[in-house]
Design a protein around this ligand. Structure first.
Ligand code: NAD
Ligand code: WQD
Length: 361
């Protein structure tokens, strides 16, 4: 299939492009560049071993998106394109609503106009708010904790309404728990802008000496060691799930909503110690007050994804830490610098037909 990957230059999208290529699918990326580096592109092409056209397109740009759909005949769309920082969304809710919700609406309208009726959507465990019980099943109550979470819940609902109205439209809502890790090559990974808000990139920056110490938010939760428990999932496992979901939609001609996690809860300190073992570096930390809005323990019941998609996570926490560390050690400042120069394979540039989308990376 030929797949449009919106947000494919970002962290999870770039890994998923590789999984798609590995399974023989053709990939075209649309990314506004708001949270991605152009430097990911040659690495992506090199690892994919095939041309990957990458277009700088904002999903809200209806004209550019239409030209893209007219240029290629897509069989399906994977939609990663969103702003994702919870704290930032509380400061700038309207930007999040516009980027994430308006972007999704324009994408759905353009898909419908072009007759493309398969969508895989990046949802999040954030749609469960603070879950009443763990492990969390897909039929748990949904709620909103912040503007970012609202964009995910609203987008799921918009997509659901479209599936009801257009009976041929199929969608997969994939509710990710806590994606971490990186591709085994160390060439692509997570590159947060500024100070990381998520735990694993923060640990990585402490390990590499960019940050002095980790602040552990809360040591008095009712958990194994008093620190918060989450379900960390390797980004390569997560990427593979997208291809499984896509192929499920085609094979079964059905829509689906599933959790993507390992089903195993890991505390902050357990992750810190696993990272220390994997990296051989000490991670200095201090326990500080709880972070407002954090739940004590959130982890998935991933059995529905196994039952329907035949997917289950393969990598454990040690592998997640090993691969996150390899990426960080090879790229101490993310895509801005590399310890090892990464040779770029020459690829034939795709012939871009339309001027509006010719602004490729
Ligand atoms: P990311 O920021 O690395 O990737 C998102 C990509 O989308 C970026 O390359 C960005 O430039 C692009 N983008 C944003 N708005 C766009 C727009 N309007 N038009 C075109 N491109 C646009 O984030 P990620 O971690 O790879 O997350 C991917 C998706 O998964 C997001 O939708 C996010 O909300 C969701 N998600 C992420 C996590 C996580 O912890 N990383 C957890 C659950 C869900
Ligand atoms: C994990 C644990 C923190 C940083 C967030 C979003 C969620 C989803 C994934 C997109 C918690 C603790 C963290 C630090 C710490 N994103 N922590 N010190 O909060 O589970 O989920 O990312 O959809 O919507 O809310 O992930 O990595 O921020 O935190 O102690 O410097 O690490 O308190 O227990 P979270 P996280």
């Amino acid at each position: 299939m030929r797949i449009l990957v919106c947000g494919g230059a970002g962290y999870i999208g770039s890994h998923t492009c590789l999984s798609l290529a590995e399974r023989g699918h053709q990939v075209v990326v649309a990314d506004s560049g708001v949270n991605s580096s152009a430097r990911v592109v040659p690495r992506l092409r090199r690892l994919a071993g095939m041309p990957v056209p990458v277009h700088r397109v904002d999903l809200r740009d209806r004209g550019a998106l239409s030209v893209l759909f007219a240029t290629y005949r897509f069989d399906a769309v994977l939609h990663f394109a969103a702003l994702k920082a919870v704290g930032d969304s509380c400061r700038r809710p309207l930007e999040y609503f516009d980027n994430n919700i308006s972007g999704t609406i324009v994408l759905l309208q353009t898909m419908q106009a072009a007759g493309v009726r398969r969508l895989v959507f990046s949802s999040s465990a954030t749609v469960y708010g603070e879950p009443a019980q763990v492990p969390v099943r897909e039929d748990a109550a949904l709620s909103v904790m912040n503007p970012y979470g609202r964009t995910k819940l609203v987008a799921e609902q918009l997509i659901g309404d479209l599936c009801t109205a257009d009976t041929g439209f199929r969608a997969a809502n994939l509710r990710y728990f806590n994606p971490v890790g990186a591709h085994a090559s160390g060439l692509i990974g997570e590159d947060p802008c500024g100070e990381p808000t998520n735990l694993m990139p923060y640990i990585c920056q402490v390990a590499v000496g960019v940050r002095e110490k980790l602040r552990v938010f809360g040591g008095d939760y009712p958990t194994v060691d008093g620190t918060g428990v989450r379900d960390y999932i390797h980004v390569v496992d997560l990427a593979r799930a997208h291809v499984d979901a896509l192929e499920y939609m085609v094979r079964e001609d059905r829509s689906v909503t599933v959790n993507l996690g390992t089903g195993r809860g890991v505390s902050v300190l357990e992750l810190v110690h696993a990272f220390e073992r994997a990296s051989g570096r000490r991670i200095p930390y201090e326990i500080v007050d709880r972070r407002p809005g954090d739940a004590a323990s959130v982890f998935a019941d991933p059995s529905l994804a196994q039952e329907l998609l035949g997917w289950r996570a393969e990598f454990d926490v040690d592998a997640m830490c090993r691969d996150a560390w390899r990426w960080q050690a090879m790229n101490p400042e993310g895509y801005r610098t590399s310890v090892r120069r990464t040779p770029v394979m020459r690829v034939r540039r795709p012939k871009i037909v339309a001027a509006r989308v010719a602004d490729a990376y």
